[in-house]
Design a protein around this ligand. Structure first.
Ligand code: NAD
Length: 461
């Protein structure tokens, strides 16, 4: 566990470090998008002559520096955005460093036969433009950088304006690692003060051959209208179902761990729960023993007024409450407690169920059977096809929900983060591309296939 004294010590060291860095100028961070684009264009031209072995050396250095500075970025991220938890953000950086695929993901394909040999290789796109969110700012910069560089690309970032200090810290870190490993200057660039204008300039630049956006619906739509090859990683509102065959104690623990992780900022985190009526009381008790706090009746309506804004009968999030600690919400409604997560029972139409809140608040809706659970869960997911989770030992229930909800990530009997490789098999990513279909993006997602055909040769059997 990290204590307050340790956090203050890290904050001071980050500030000291930032001052030195800003004194020297952060590597790869430019005053204008035009300067950033010119620099990355030059870097990409140099990078084309680098071998795969050299790419891997640079990526190893990025992984090592990320592990060394994970805690610093976590502290800076919380300080700048006012969202999330240092301990969890540290884990997210470690996950990115350890489980983002590198060049090993670039497997060629070969066909041989009577007519000779055809080879399919994964080639770089060139300079990729990436727009990153406030919820995982430095994690996304590092994750995208590893995958894109492994694919032979260069990257220009336009980070979220509210999280650009920590995102640019990560850009500097990636460049430090690249230089240390003998790579070119400015292979990854960004702007000091990102804006909508700098984002548009990046999207429209002929230097940028591919675009990647990680964020809410607005940015994905903007990107897909750009006329360029684009990867869109959009919003979710992941439901979790618990039926009466589940290990209820474990389900309660897993859901509290998943839904409270980084104060519910991850797009994959459990955001509403549909529980069979006959096990709901037991589930709530198990959630309370796992660190949740149950609010009831008028307390729920009071909390709604704190964290949501109503306009013409429609609810949206009060942005200043995104990613805040559960204890701060409770304080607003006169409760002095410090749990990981707030839970409450509501009906399915409650905004705590239907709105993607990204706050450590989980609504639980009682259902009579699996048909009702699936129907309500699919409705609450709003067709995002992002993530959904279930606790059950009934194979029919598992299969039916997976088929109905059609999400990119579907986690069974584990916390949601198992879906991105934390305690589950498979690689990690912080860019989960549902709308454009790449799924959990990896090196291959940032490459283009090229086919090379040799007729009547190199077919040796
Ligand atoms: P956001 O949509 O507010 O911002 C994301 C990025 O897009 C920022 O850099 C922002 O400046 C930019 N942006 C927003 N609207 C734009 C527009 N019209 N044109 C150009 N750029 C625009 O998101 P956020 O609040 O930072 O992050 C939370 C959202 O992102 C949630 O909806 C969450 O589900 C989603 N998210 C998805 C993934 C994924 O992998 N699918 C990962 C993280 C976050």
């Amino acid at each position: 566990m990290i204590n307050e004294a340790k956090i203050s010590e890290i904050v001071e060291s980050v500030i000291r470090n930032m001052n030195t860095v800003s004194g020297k100028k952060q590597l790869g961070v430019f005053d204008t998008m035009a300067e950033a684009l010119a620099a990355v264009d030059k870097a990409y031209k140099q990078y084309r002559s680098y071998s795969v072995e050299q790419r891997e050396k640079m990526i190893s250095a990025i992984r090592r520096l990320t592990l060394e500075e994970a805690e610093q970025m976590a502290v800076l991220g919380v300080k700048e955005t006012g969202m999330g938890r240092v301990v969890d953000k540290t884990i997210k950086h470690q996950l990115v460093a350890n489980k983002t695929p590198g060049t090993e993901d670039l497997q060629p394909r070969v066909y041989t036969g009577d007519d000779g040999m055809t080879l399919i290789e994964m080639a770089p796109f060139g300079v990729i433009g990436s727009i990153t969110p406030s919820t995982n700012p430095s994690e996304t910069v590092i994750c995208n950088s590893i995958g894109m560089i492994a694919g032979g690309n260069a990257v220009v970032f336009n980070p979220h304006p509210n999280a650009c200090e920590v995102a640019n810290y990560a850009v500097d870190l990636v460049n430090r690692a690249i230089l240390e490993a003998g790579g070119p200057e400015n292979l990854v660039v960004s702007v000091k003060k990102p804006t909508h204008e700098s984002s548009n300039e990046m999207m429209q630049s002929p230097i940028v051959k591919m675009l990647v956006a990680t964020g809410g619906p607005g940015v994905v739509k903007a990107l897909l209208s750009s006329g360029k090859k684009a990867i869109g990683a959009g919003a979710g509102n992941p439901p979790v179902i618990v039926d009466d065959t589940a290990d209820i104690a474990k389900a309660g623990r897993d859901i509290v761990n998943g839904a409270s992780f980084d104060n519910n900022l991850p797009c994959i985190a459990e955001k509403e729960c549909f529980a069979f009526d006959n096990i709901t009381d037991e589930l709530i008790l198990s959630m309370i023993s796992a660190g949740a706090y149950l609010i009831k009746g008028d307390q729920i309506e009071q909390l709604k007024k704190v964290c949501l804004v109503e306009k013409d009968g429609k609810f949206s999030i009060n942005k200043k409450w995104v990613g805040k600690d559960a204890k701060l919400f409770l304080k607003e409604i006169g409760i002095d407690a410090d749990p990981k997560l707030i839970i409450c029972e509501t009906d399915e139409n409650h905004p705590f169920v239907q709105v993607e809140m990204m706050m450590p608040i989980l609504a639980i809706v009682r259902v009579k059977d699996i048909d009702q659970a699936i129907e309500m869960a699919v409705k609450a997911e709003h067709g995002n096809r992002h993530s959904a989770h279930i606790h059950s030992k009934n194979v029919d229930h598992l299969t039916r929900f997976a088929k109905a909800v059609e999400t990119t990530i579907f986690v069974k009997n584990a916390p949601s983060y198992a879906g991105i490789g934390a305690g589950g098999e498979g690689h990690t990513t912080f860019t989960i591309a549902g709308p454009t279909g790449e799924g959990l993006t990896c090196t291959r997602s940032f490459t283009r296939q090229r086919r090379c055909v040799l007729v009547d040769g190199l077919h040796i059997v």
